[in-house]
Design a binder for this molecule. Structure first.
Ligand SMILES: Nc1ncnc2c1ncn2[C@@H]1O[C@H](COP(=O)(O)OP(=O)(O)OP(=O)(O)O)[C@@H](O)[C@H]1O
Ligand SMILES: [Mg+2]
Length: 140
């Protein structure tokens, strides 16, 4: 039923909580494919060199660290884990990855790194729920 799981992470504790639940789901469903997506901000070319390259490197280092933490949280699951680092708006990147991966479910946190107190559902989660091509599991 949930053969292909897509997990979105942004380095927040909420996303790690989602990673834990996604791993439980993968184990319970004996899933066949598991993909982790991290979207990073567009880097404007007007930054010029060498600033542009160092901005790209910093974004990549962050994204890889988020993936690493998620992998540690996931632990053992019955399939390989692939990762995708995508430039652009988080919601668009997640939807794009869900379409190309043809996943059966997207797993994500209810909130992320945003600091707006009192917000029940972050803007990325709202947009993904509104436009996803498949079921979405929002983890609280
Ligand atoms: N850049 C990203 N890459 C991948 N997944 C993301 C990214 N940003 C958010 N997510 C996913 O969406 C979930 C909810 O984050 P969201 O951005 O909606 O909340 P927020 O940061 O609290 O609010 P906002 O961004 O609207 O200020 C996260 O737990 C994570 O699963
Ligand atoms: Mg956010």
């Amino acid at each position: 039923m949930f053969d292909k799981i897509l997990l979105a992470v942004d380095g927040s504790d909420h996303a790690l909580h989602a990673a834990r639940k996604a791993a439980e789901l993968a184990r319970a469903m004996n899933s066949k494919d598991f993909r982790i997506v991290v979207a990073y901000d567009f880097i404007p070319p007007y930054l010029g060199e060498p600033n542009m390259q160092s901005a790209i490197n910093a974004r990549m280092d962050d994204a890889n660290a988020f993936v690493q933490k998620a992998m540690e949280t996931i632990g053992q699951i019955p399939c390989e884990i692939h990762t995708e680092l995508i430039e652009g708006s988080p919601a668009e990147a997640i939807i794009k990855a869900a379409n190309s991966f043809k996943c059966d479910v997207i797993v994500m946190g209810s909130r992320g790194l945003g600091t707006l107190a009192g917000l029940l559902l972050g803007s990325t989660s709202q947009k993904v729920v509104a436009h996803a091509p498949c079921p979405v599991l929002i983890v609280r």
